[in-house]
Design a protein around this ligand. Structure first.
Ligand code: ZN
Length: 274
């Protein structure tokens, strides 16, 4: 019996030592951008989400290195009566969307449905800098609200500069007539969480997104961790239309209510650019 107890305590000691060893390895690994570090990150039990213990109100605490607790966060509620009319400096002619640009793939990353570009043929020029269109994705409902009202769906067109600053277009979607663009995009669906499908075809976004260029403009953040405060937000005033079925098809493939609640302005100004 005594022998068994001794054996058991040796066993327990071994386990506790190897745990410590693993902890040490983990700490070391996260300092290095190796494949191992990526693996360790994936195993982190508390990953952000839109629901329960890991919902947006917990992001700042879960994602320790993030800016989610910052003062210039997005989205916001746009109070149109408070928006100051002033040109943002972005004109329709600064947006270069090439009709032949290929959408590389569509992926369901578990937070949103995202269409990715493989080349840098689509870009915008803003304040003397080039921002390449990297991807666009959806939120249901819209993240920004206008006078407290959310739209059923929004498209975020994410443009990135070489120094990792962002220009994001928020294109609101309302329910109405069927949209040819949605027909095209949805012909690659469904894509389940964790799944990616190759698209390999071009689509001309300018045709339906930029008919009316009036927009709200302000400085904010990414709306998902790491919530980086380096985003020039352009929220277009006019919504585009898609049929209720087309809206539902996209919403049903994403987590329910995959939108972050609106954040305080904290003294920022929202501009309206005609
Ligand atoms: Zn987004």
């Amino acid at each position: 019996m005594k022998k068994l107890v001794v054996l058991m305590s040796v066993f327990a000691l071994t386990i506790s030592l190897s745990c410590k060893e693993n902890e040490k390895k983990t700490e070391e690994a996260t300092d290095l951008p190796t494949e191992k570090a990526v693996e360790v990150k994936k195993e982190t039990p508390k990953h952000w989400s839109y629901d329960g213990e890991t919902s947006p109100e917990h992001w700042a605490e879960i994602e320790k290195e993030s800016a989610c607790g910052g003062n210039h966060q997005s989205p916001i509620d746009i109070v149109t009566a408070n928006a100051i009319t002033k040109p943002s400096g972005l004109k329709a002619s600064d947006v270069h969307y090439d009709a032949s640009t290929i959408i590389h793939d569509v992926t369901n990353n578990g937070h949103s449905l995202q269409y990715n570009f493989a080349d840098n043929n689509n870009y915008v020029n803003f304040e003397g800098k080039r921002y390449n269109l990297a991807q666009f994705h959806f939120h249901a409902a819209s993240e920004h609200s206008v006078n407290g009202m959310h739209f059923p769906l929004v498209i975020h067109m994410v443009h990135v500069s070489e120094d990792k600053k962002f220009v994001v277009f928020a294109v609101m979607v309302t329910e109405g007539d069927e949209s040819n663009a949605f027909d095209f995009l949805e012909s690659y669906l469904p894509v389940k969480p964790g799944e990616t499908k190759v698209v390999g075809k071009s689509h001309h976004f300018e045709n339906y997104i930029l008919k009316d260029f009036d927009h709200y403009y302000y400085q904010g953040s990414l709306t998902t961790p790491p919530c980086t405060e380096a985003v020039n937000w352009f929220v277009f005033k006019d919504a585009i239309k898609a049929s209720p079925v087309q809206v539902k098809t996209i919403a049903d493939l994403m987590p329910r209510n995959n939108y972050r609640p609106t954040q305080p302005l904290n003294g920022r100004t929202v501009y309206y650019s005609e």
